[in-house]
Design a protein around this ligand. Structure first.
Ligand code: F6R
Length: 239
């Protein structure tokens, strides 16, 4: 795993945005795998600024997001579709038809997961996948377990994740209990993976990942099996 240590959150965000912009310049019709959560917000702001300046274009870019709560409407301000529109898609020249987030309103969530898995396959995989990391080591919503699923699937969120994400909701009771998420195999279809981590709360998660062991009870450790992973983190994550 390559590691880039940054002095602060702003630097981490800019380094990640630069990596994405270089790919977009080299391959204007690239497929970007995107994450939500607090960690990539600065990177999205930096990409939006680059686009405003005319340094990059999203005109021919396709995006696939890692996950979505279930059930949830896209108009709900806690949905990941809403987050992506606000943080990035409404701020750049992307064709919304080329932005993909699992459908939190699907009547048949299992069929929706199948459709999503096929979509990622049909796109030929992902050129660059951005990941955050959960305090409990989850990636996407692949939660710690004795078994991990390869394909996009419906998952129950753990109490730890519900508690961590409740900061965005009125209360923990309002956090949906389930989600649709890419599986480890879907994520591994990415040619390149970039993991972002910032802040002391990610210390344990990152140090377990860097131990170079593989443990399904700590899903991020699976990333040691992928040939092209870069961790971009702030110094406090490693202190
Ligand atoms: C979000 C996602 C999650 C987050 C993780 C970290 O799409 O899949 O795995 O990346 O929970 O979240 P933050 O960045 O809020 O600490």
């Amino acid at each position: 795993m390559n590691i880039i240590v940054c002095k602060n959150y702003a630097e981490m965000s800019n380094v990640a945005a630069k990596m994405m912009s270089e790919l977009m310049q080299k391959k204007p019709n690239c497929v970007l795998g995107l994450a939500t959560g607090s960690t990539p917000e600065g990177m999205y702001a930096s990409l939006a600024e680059m686009c405003e300046r005319g340094d990059i274009s999203f005109e021919n870019v396709t995006t696939v997001n890692l996950d979505e709560y279930y059930p949830i409407a896209p108009t709900n301000d806690q949905s990941y579709r809403y987050f992506m529109n606000r943080q990035l898609f409404d701020r750049v020249n992307i064709n919304k038809a080329n932005t993909n987030v699992p459908d939190g309103t699907a009547k048949d969530p299992v069929a929706e997961c199948k459709r999503y898995e096929q979509l990622v396959s049909d796109l030929g995989g992902i050129d660059l996948q951005i990941l955050g990391i959960g305090r409990n080591g989850h990636i996407g919503f692949n939660e710690p377990d004795t078994k991990l699923m390869l394909d996009t699937h419906v998952t129950d969120l753990t109490e730890d994740t519900i508690e961590a994400n409740s900061r965005f909701f009125a209360s923990a009771n309002d956090v949906p209990r389930r989600a649709l998420t890419m599986g480890i195999g879907t994520i591994f279809k990415a040619k390149k993976i970039v993991v972002l981590a910032s802040g002391a709360s990610k210390k344990d998660a990152v140090s377990a990942m860097l131990e170079r062991t593989v443990d399904t009870n700590f899903p991020a450790t699976m990333l040691n099996l992928h040939p092209d992973v870069t961790l971009i983190c702030t110094q406090d994550v490693l202190d």
